[in-house]
Design a protein around this ligand. Structure first.
Ligand code: XMP
Length: 194
């Protein structure tokens, strides 16, 4: 599918060199994460305490939208937008909040649905920032954790998939703002970067 040489239409699937996680693998894993979180936060929900699923725009929005629908507990959904200072593809750890959460999280159980844990600098900043607001609990669930040499130690409640240290796109992850809408995760052909 996707090899439409006879057609002049642009086909984004043709830009993909290799698929790392298929749509089926992702949906199965996100369902497992949702089931696990449902069990883990059942007693919190039973006590009438508030659960908030938080994601960082824009990469984690698709993951959070799917994860929320696999969680069978009442929850709020909130979003932050941050910009990471520093050039290139490497994160600097110096983060500026462009859009803060819409609601207060004091006394609530916060679950951060993150797209990918790479250097860990972004999450380190975010955890420190959110912890200072005194949530009842603060958990991190990245869909992906890159196997990199240097990664800040982040205590994750769950990790969706371990992935190789390559630049990946799809399922929320972009290259130059494109490919977020691919239902799978993979790497681009080198010529796409040219
Ligand atoms: P750190 O290094 O702070 O970075 O853990 C996390 C953020 O960097 C982005 N990121 C990626 N985005 N493909 C992407 O499209 C990648 O391979 C990739 N690695 C890191 C992402 O926004 C993540 O939240």
């Amino acid at each position: 599918d996707g090899a439409n040489t006879a057609s002049a239409h642009y086909d984004m699937h043709n830009d993909i060199k290799e698929v790392f996680f298929t749509e089926q693998q992702i949906q199965k894993r996100v369902a497992e994460l949702g089931d696990a979180l449902t069990q883990e936060f059942q007693s919190v929900a039973d006590k009438g305490e508030t659960i908030v699923l938080v994601s960082v725009l824009r990469g984690a929005a698709i993951f959070m939208a799917d994860l929320a629908r696999y969680m069978n507990v009442p929850l709020e959904m909130d979003y932050m937008a941050i910009s990471s200072y520093g050039s290139g593809t490497k994160s600097s750890g110096v983060v500026r909040i462009l859009k803060d959460l819409s609601s207060e999280i004091k006394g609530k159980h916060v679950i951060i649905a993150e797209d990918i844990l790479d250097s860990g600098l972004t999450l380190t900043y975010l955890l420190k920032n959110l912890a200072s607001r005194e949530p009842a609990s603060l958990s991190v669930v990245p869909l992906l954790r890159k196997k990199v040499k240097e990664q800040a130690p982040i205590d994750c409640l769950h990790v969706g998939f371990e992935c190789p240290d390559e630049f990946i796109v799809g399922y929320g992850l972009d290259y130059a703002e494109k490919y977020r809408n691919l239902p799978y995760i993979g790497v681009l052909k080198p010529e796409v970067y040219e």
